[in-house]
Design a protein around this ligand. Structure first.
Ligand SMILES: Nc1ncnc2c1ncn2[C@@H]1O[C@H](COP(=O)(O)OP(=O)(O)OP(=O)(O)O)[C@@H](O)[C@H]1O
Ligand SMILES: [Mg+2]
Length: 224
């Protein structure tokens, strides 16, 4: 059985230019993210994980190489079209819960807003996702009325509503204790196996072990 690929990078490189010179953050990265699987990107601090995830999510363009998601070559698009494609095809979860949630919106309002921005996702689907995440009883809560683990699950809820081709999460368990981390991990697996491609950057070996595939990068290069 062939695996359906939701997104892929082809010889992606990223060079940051700053006053102190050039940083070669990524060099010739080839990776694929299959539908229905969790893919972990691992590597030491500064190895290029976040740089790769931002490119995969279409938040930034590679310096060279190609990034394709949901059949769209997103790396060659200008900022406006990239944003439009991103909203439709990619869910992104920031590491810090406070970057994912708006303090005065309830969980349910977050979900409806995310569905509206994606242009997809009915009320029934919102209910389904909240139930899958174990958050249905918390639907009326504001972010500060949720635990850290619940906030991270809520962020995943927003990222997956409307069935994006790809969900990208930068160190989603970094700020959680082992138990909340394990619970979030279970949720991530369920979401992926329901038919989404999920990419997580992580330092956490437990996350890597629970992933369907693992890419390791060191100093911006894929380690085989
Ligand atoms: N906007 C930027 N301008 C210049 N250099 C950058 C920029 N963003 C990242 N870098 C550099 O690129 C390299 C890779 O950074 P990146 O954030 O991708 O690493 P990381 O693997 O996510 O690290 P961490 O585990 O600490 O989050 C680092 O040397 C970093 O200093
Ligand atoms: Mg990082």
């Amino acid at each position: 059985m062939s695996v359906e690929i939701a997104a892929s990078c082809d010889t992606v490189s990223k060079v940051y230019k700053s006053a102190s010179g050039e940083v070669h953050a990524l060099t010739d990265i080839d990776v694929e993210f299959p539908v229905g699987q969790v893919t972990a990107v691992m590597g030491p601090s500064g190895s290029g994980k976040s740089s790769l995830l931002r490119i995969v999510a279409g938040l930034e363009r590679p310096t060279s190489g190609w990034m394709e998601v949901g059949g769209v070559m997103i790396s060659t698009l200008g900022a406006r079209r990239r944003r439009r494609v991103r909203r439709r095809l990619v869910g992104y979860v920031f590491q810090r819960p406070s970057d994912n949630l708006i303090s005065y919106l309830s969980l349910l309002e977050h979900m409806h807003l995310a569905a509206r921005l994606r242009g997809r996702g009915t009320s029934d689907e919102v209910d389904e996702v909240l139930t899958l995440l174990g958050l249905a009883p918390r639907r009326g809560n504001l972010p500060h009325q949720l635990s850290g683990g619940e906030q991270q699950r809520a962020a995943f809820g927003q990222a997956v509503i409307g069935d994006p081709a790809l969900v990208v999460a930068d160190e989603p368990t970094a700020e959680l204790d082992a138990r909340s981390g394990a619970s979030l991990l279970g949720t991530i697996q369920r979401l992926a196996h329901a038919g989404t491609a999920v990419v997580v950057a992580t330092h956490d070996e437990a996350v890597a072990e629970a992933s369907d595939r693992v890419y390791r990068i060191e100093r911006g290069e894929l380690v085989r």
